[in-house]
Each structure stands twice: as C-alpha cells, then as structure tokens.
Design a protein around this ligand. Structure first.
Ligand code: ADE
Length: 259
C-alpha cells in the first residue's frame, strides 16, 4: 500500500500548523509514511466575503455551514489523488472514536476529514457527501479541527513503520483491551517513595506476571466496561476476583480511590 493520505478541509487551516508538526506525526510526515494536506474551505466560495455560513431555514439561533462550498471542495480535493477517499465529517453526532474505529480508519488508503462548525452543517453535507460521521467523545468542541487532529494522530500511529517495534507492542497491549501497568524509572526511592520491589528483582517472568495482574486490577477498578470485553484466562479471572474481594475488605468504609 502506498502511504496513506489525509486531506483536511477546514475554515481554520492555520490551526493545524503546530499540533501536527511535532513528535510521531512529524516524523511520519518527514519519512513519507503519511501524506497530509490541509485545505481552506473558503477557497471554494465565490463572494467577496468568502462566506461559508448562513441563517438556518425555519429560524432559530446560530448559523449553519452552507452546502455548496463543501461539495465544491470535496470535488476538487477528491481529484487531487487517484485513490477514492473515505469522507469523514467530524461532529458530536458521529460514531464515537475508539481504538477499533482507529484501526478501521487506518486500513483506508485515503481519508478526507471535514471539520464542522457553528450550530452545524447543512444536512445535505452529512447525507450526500460524508461516508461516515465521527465524534471523539461526548462533549462539544468549538469545531471539528481538534477532533481531526486526534484522528490523524491516532491513525498515524498504526501506519506500518511509524512506531518502533517496542512502541507497537505497547500499543498492542491497549489493543488487547486492558489499561497499562504502572511504570517506574530511576531513582528507585524518591522522597521516601519506593518502586515496587519486584521490578528490581531481575525475575523477568515474575515481573511479567505482576504487570499483567496490575493491568487486570487497574482495568477492573477504572474501566470495568473494557474488562468485560477483554479476553482473560480462567486463572486470570479467578485471580482478579480474589484480588478484588481482598481489596474490598481492605478498603471497606473508605472513600473510593480508584483514580
Ligand atoms: N465537533 C464538535 N464537537 C465534536 C466532537 N466531540 N467530536 C468531533 N467533532 C466535534
């Protein structure tokens, strides 16, 4: 597969300079592992004020993004590459982003990310132009731009060659559906707080076992929804139930400190 291509259509192209110019996304771009193009929606307006919004039919507060600039932008952007794009509208009404959806998006050769604004986008854009609508969570952002950055970041990490093998393995462990185990580095004692002894023991197998247990416990306490979907061995289920019972006895009457 040739390098996946992202096209972002926005009324604030300047917002993308910065966030996508650092770290892993930057390296992926420099290495030619992804292609990223940002387009100003206003380039497809035809009036002096480069208008992209208008009053809602039927009245009501706020403005609505007009359909014509979106359709013209998509036609032009589509033609910039021979690969047919998967067109995604960012909005709070979309399917919620999680790692499984990130994986689906990473399997596409070309994504066009359309950043919605104002009270919304003319429904015909949603119905006739977008292949999918995507939300990054149940909260309202000022626009789809920050959400598009999140999508580019999360998808880029899954493009082959972008992460080193160590980091890919770590990513797989979230792919396995559990939260990460606690990590420590030097010094071994800081302000009187010691690193768990087992990590200094040199017993790689026992360390691996402890880490897995920590993942199970942490996920059970913080994200029982993830645990329900994770695949655990019978032994692990047994250990976890016992650990949770023990913990419940220890912390009886104490406020919940899972976080
Ligand atoms: N635009 C506004 N809020 C959003 C959200 N939560 N996800 C994606 N796009 C948005």
């Amino acid at each position: 597969m040739s390098s996946p291509r992202f096209d972002i259509i926005t009324i604030f192209p300047g917002m993308f300079a910065g966030p996508l110019d650092y770290s892993i996304v930057r390296r992926a771009r420099d290495a030619g592992l992804i292609e990223l193009h940002v387009h100003d929606l206003r380039d497809w307006t035809h009036d002096r004020h480069r208008t992209v919004d208008d009053y809602p039919f039927g009245g009501g507060a706020g403005m609505v993004m007009k359909a014509p600039p979106w359709f013209e932008a998509l036609e032009a952007v589509r033609a910039m590459d021979s690969r047919p794009p998967h067109v995604v509208l960012l909005s709070p009404q979309g399917r919620t982003l999680e790692q499984a959806l990130v994986r689906e998006l990473a399997a596409r050769e070309r994504l066009v990310l359309c950043c919605g604004h104002y009270e919304g986008v003319d429904e015909r854009v949603r119905e006739r132009l977008a292949d999918a609508e995507l939300s990054i969570g149940d909260y309202v952002l000022s626009g789809g731009e920050t959400a598009a950055m999140v999508v580019v970041d999360a998808v880029t990490r899954l493009v082959p060659g972008v992460l080193g093998s160590a980091a890919s393995a770590a990513d797989d462990s979230f792919g396995g559906g559990l939260l990460e185990y606690p990590q420590y580095t030097r010094p071994a004692v800081y302000r009187g707080w010691s690193v768990p002894e087992i990590l200094l023991s040199g017993h790689h197998q026992r360390i691996a076992g402890w880490r897995r247990q920590q993942q199970l416990l942490r996920t059970a306490l913080r994200r029982p929804d993830l645990l329900a979907r994770a695949s655990l061995s019978v032994a692990e289920r047994g250990w976890l139930e016992a650990a949770l019972r023990e913990r419940a006895l220890e912390t009886e009457g104490e406020p919940d400190d899972a976080h």
